[in-house]
Design a protein around this ligand. Structure first.
Ligand code: URP
Ligand code: ZN
Ligand code: ZN
Length: 462
């Protein structure tokens, strides 16, 4: 068994910052000790002097190869997990999709078919429920028992993924009995579709109108409704990709009442805005995602929500579509622009930039990007921390390195960066996945198939 010793770094977890050495053996962290206090020998010694030693990032919201809007997200599990590793993420939780008329198991099998043997890092699945019916509800129990313990429902996208309130309530009732966690895309899709139709009829076809029709009020209303349905069902609720101040207020108000309601936001809502959606020459299409980017003033509310634990997780909702040939499908009709943005490689660095700028503490960075997503989705403490017994998914991070984010240097399989030209301080230096180097010395040294599938436990955040 290979023994790896990481010396001289500052180990940062959600709860501690410790100048300790880390001993890794058999793919796990076996011990932490003050430098000089131990006589450890190892096959490989990694010098982390002046660097942070972090748990690998856990990105609990990705869509590799997702079919959407007549095309597919451009990252495969191979390219997307490699890019994730470059950015210091060592676990993804992607979304298997139930087709309308299909079973959950068929959806899950299809996603295993895409991912198994191809991932550079460990991976797990949530299940998207597109067709809640008697047999789906039964299947949910079996999936939870087998390690797919969270289910995404959509209040948006009528005719595609949409579930009405009755179906949502039934799924929530089922989850309240089986320990599953309901994840909600909270936007009133029925009302949005009316506004889309009206905008297009009036000739408002540019990407910025995607943001106009997907109104804050319709995110807030859906969030409120989701909270009330979960309350009636007695189930916990995790609201995905929260973008609007009023939606944060709904989650905060539910939490203040003691309800088990949680919120996730994404880097695009923290760093980008409707200004990007309004970029000329159809460039705004690069920023079309749902929920949409919001006016800049919403960012402050999201940051405050992250500091105050009104929001618990930052995931990417990585769902990349190339500008050329994919986003362009919506020229002349914003509703045909495939929804989604790239970001799996950028999350850890962007959040570190927030640390540099004083928006969040170092420990909160690791909390929202590693520990909380792991706890939320039943992966802790195997993932999300550096502690004896945990998987040795470890990032050596240089907090002083400078870099400029660009499509010219990123590793995601997409022809643009949403953060093109943004300068950030901090950079991943080395990434271990279960003790095995994946990124080392500025090189990718991993391989497809190293990543293993992770059956998950139930939510540990309750
Ligand atoms: O625009 C987005 N978010 N695309 C991915 C699908 C979803 O709703 O998460
Ligand atoms: Zn969604
Ligand atoms: Zn998503």
């Amino acid at each position: 068994m290979t023994r790896t010793l990481i010396t001289g770094g500052l180990v940062v977890t959600a709860s501690d910052e410790l100048h300790v050495d880390v001993l890794v053996e058999g793919g796990r962290v076996v011990a932490l000790a003050t430098p000089g206090s131990h006589g450890w020998t190892a096959d490989r010694v990694l010098d982390a002097t002046g660097k942070y030693v972090l748990p690998g990032g856990v990105d609990a919201h990705t869509h590799m190869e997702m079919p959407f809007g007549g095309t597919y997200a451009a990252d495969t599990f191979e390219t997307g997990t490699r890019a994730a590793a470059w950015g210091g993420t060592t676990t993804i939780v992607d979304f298997a999709i139930q087709s309308i008329g299909g079973s959950l198991q068929e959806g899950l099998d299809a996603w295993h078919g895409k991912a198994d043997g191809r991932c550079a890092i460990d991976y797990a699945f949530h299940m998207i429920l597109s067709d809640v019916n008697r047999s789906t509800l039964k299947e949910m129990d079996r999936l939870v028992a087998e390690g797919v313990t969270s289910f995404k429902l959509f209040m948006a996208y009528p005719g595609v993924f949409y579930s009405d309130d009755g179906r949502i309530l039934r799924a929530m009732q089922q989850a309240s009995g089986n320990g599953g966690l309901i994840m909600m895309h909270a936007e009133n899709g029925i009302a949005i579709d009316v506004l889309v139709e009206q905008a297009l009829a009036e000739g408002r076809t540019d990407p910025r109108h995607h943001g106009d029709v997907r109104k804050v009020a319709l995110e807030a209303e859906a969030t409120h409704r989701a909270v009330q349905l979960a309350r009636v069902a007695g189930s916990p609720l995790y609201v995905v990709h929260v973008s609007a101040d009023e939606a944060v207020a709904e989650i905060a108000s539910a939490r203040h009442k003691g309800l088990p309601v949680f919120g996730e936001t994404c880097p695009q809502y923290l760093f980008l805005s409707t200004d990007n959606l309004a970029e000329p020459d159809f460039e705004g299409a690069k920023y079309v995602c749902s929920t949409p980017l919001r006016p800049r003033e919403h960012q402050e509310v999201l940051w405050r929500g992250l500091r105050n634990d009104e929001l618990q997780v930052v995931s990417t909702d990585h769902c990349p579509f190339c500008f050329s040939g994919q986003k362009e499908m919506g020229r002349g009709d914003f509703s045909k622009i495939p929804n989604g943005m790239p970001g799996v490689e950028n999350r850890m660095d962007l959040l570190h930039q927030a640390v540099v700028e004083g928006r969040i503490s170092r420990r909160r960075w690791i909390d929202i990007a590693c520990a909380s997503p792991a706890r939320m989705f039943g992966l802790y403490p195997k993932k999300g921390t550096v502690a004896p017994g945990a998987d040795a998914d470890i990032v050596i991070y240089d907090p002083a390195a400078e870099q400029t984010i660009s499509a010219a240097t990123h590793h995601m399989n997409v022809d643009y960066s949403a953060y093109e030209g943004k300068r950030v301080t901090g950079r991943v230096e080395t990434v271990l996945s279960r003790g095995v180097p994946v990124i080392e010395g500025g090189e990718y040294v991993g391989h497809p198939g190293h990543g293993t599938y992770l059956p998950r436990g139930t939510c540990q955040y309750l």
